[in-house]
Design a protein around this ligand. Sequence first.
Ligand SMILES: [Zn+2]
Length: 246
Amino acid sequence: MILVLSLVATSMAAPRALTVLCYHHVDYARANPYNISSQQLKAHLSALKRSGFTFVTMASVRRYYQQGSVLPSGSVLVTFDDGNHDAFTLAWPILKAMRVPMTVFIYPTAICVGHKRGFMDWDDVITLSRAGVEIGAHGFDHPYLPYPPKSVITDEQVNAWLKRETLGAKNYIEQRISHDVTTMAFPFGLISPRSAEAIKKAGYQLAFNISGKNNSRLTNPLFLNRIMVVNTDTADDVLRKSRKDQ
Ligand SMILES: [Zn+2]
């Protein structure tokens, strides 16, 4: 019976199961295509809720891909990249009030600089982590992973650089927040076979691009698709993108 069921499952196209939205800034002072207003954020989340989507935690996405557990159909994971201070001061209270689980992908060099450059500081990140927000890595320095800096030339240097950007970021953040870091978002959504290998070797369980697609059971958990949300996106745009087949 199990064999028959698995044959049926593989003969059908895998249905869309999970939408992952990628936000950056909320009510940021400077014009930026990745900056949306808090009203827009509320409108996006309300429209998804009204239309029957279910907001899920990173933990349930991890169980879905690692243990084969079930996700509600039309699941949505909300992520914020870069560790911007406004994601802490403005987005988080909105998500909390609407009971929407949050994931934040941060990189150590930004958080070490903190508020004076518009980023969260480590106290903010620790507050989020203790409140149940998933903290993931976004590289160490937010690099273009497929393109090492000019000073990184030999094979050995490339490996050491990739190790710092993947395992190094994971270890550093884990130490600062005293919590496991098992998820990563590729900076700029970019990845190469070599950097993908480094991410796998570093022990990440889930990793995310920005392909604009949705995900199914068959999506590679180290290459999960995200949809970038930009400042021209209305609630209808977000609904349309979330309903799109992969
Ligand atoms: Zn980024």
